[in-house]
Design a binder for this molecule. Structure first.
Ligand code: IMP
Length: 198
């Protein structure tokens, strides 16, 4: 049987990633828009998990399908885990990442390698037609680099350096990034949860 999943996102990159990860299953994923749902959702949770659940529940109220939603962001230890759940809104939603990244590098000026630790975090929530709600979680540890490097990815990727690979996540191919990323990990865990249920 071919089961539909609605992913509560408008982001084409996230749709591509989840479709690749679920490609060898019976699930087929459509975006909120493809399902004809147009919603602006206030993400007023205080954790990544809470925000993912808020988004998934809001969309689940509009359709009878399995709904997935994610929430993700960057935590920088030296900045008391900023920008955290405010990663998209940091310095304003419409501010370019060139400016946001330059600002974060500036705020870390004079800070040593050891103190530049950071992580990308992703929570994914699933709401099932019977009302059950589950979440999965992924994270990847790295450091904030001293300058932007790489052209791939998006957002904070050009400043997120992976010491074990000697590259920023913007210097990885899509496949390489999926295999190490917070979102890849959370999605693969969610795939296992879905397979247990259907
Ligand atoms: P979301 O789409 O509400 O989950 O917002 C996540 C925000 O966190 C994005 O807008 C980026 O600023 C940041 N972010 C999350 N994941 C990544 C990533 O893989 N690379 C770069 N930035 C990311």
């Amino acid at each position: 049987m071919n089961r539909k999943i609605v992913f509560a996102t408008g982001n084409a990159g996230k749709m591509k990633e989840i479709r690749e990860i679920l490609a060898d299953t019976e699930f087929h994923v459509v975006s909120m828009k493809e399902e004809g749902i147009d919603l602006s959702i206030e993400e007023d949770g205080v954790t990544f998990e809470e925000n993912a659940v808020i988004k998934a529940k809001a969309v689940a109220e509009k359709c009878g399908e399995i709904v997935l939603a994610d929430d993700s962001g960057l935590e920088i230890d030296y900045l008391n885990k900023e920008p955290g759940i405010y990663s998209a809104r940091y310095m304003g939603e419409d501010t370019s990442y060139r400016i946001k990244n330059a600002n974060l590098i500036e705020r870390l000026s004079g800070v040593s390698d050891e103190e530049r630790t950071a992580r990308f975090i992703c929570a994914i929530a699933a709401v099932f037609p019977d009302g059950e709600v589950i979440t999965t979680y992924g994270q990847v540890e790295g450091r904030i680099d001293y300058e932007e490097k790489g052209e791939n990815g998006f957002g904070y990727d050009p400043i997120f350096y992976l010491p074990q690979l000697g590259k920023t996540t913007a210097q990885l191919s899509d496949d390489e990034k999926n295999s190490v990323s917070h979102r890849g990990e959370a999605l693969r865990k969610m795939k296992e949860e879905l397979k247990k249920r259907f």
